[in-house]
Design a protein around this ligand. Sequence first.
Ligand SMILES: [Zn+2]
Length: 65
Amino acid sequence: MEWKKIIIEDVPAKICKQCGEQYFDGETTLRLEKIKKANIFPNEQPVQIPATIRDFKDLSEMENG
Ligand SMILES: [Zn+2]
């Protein structure tokens, strides 16, 4: 199996009334796990996303350099 990133769209998020942060309830978290683990998923669409990669640790190199 090839490693790939999976984008899951339209996930219903809840908003904490105390701090305003988004979170997922138990059922949503469970469903996300199922979606991630499924080998075959209905209507899955391969996409190509233009992107560059920046490694977190390389900031220090830039600051020294
Ligand atoms: Zn909170």
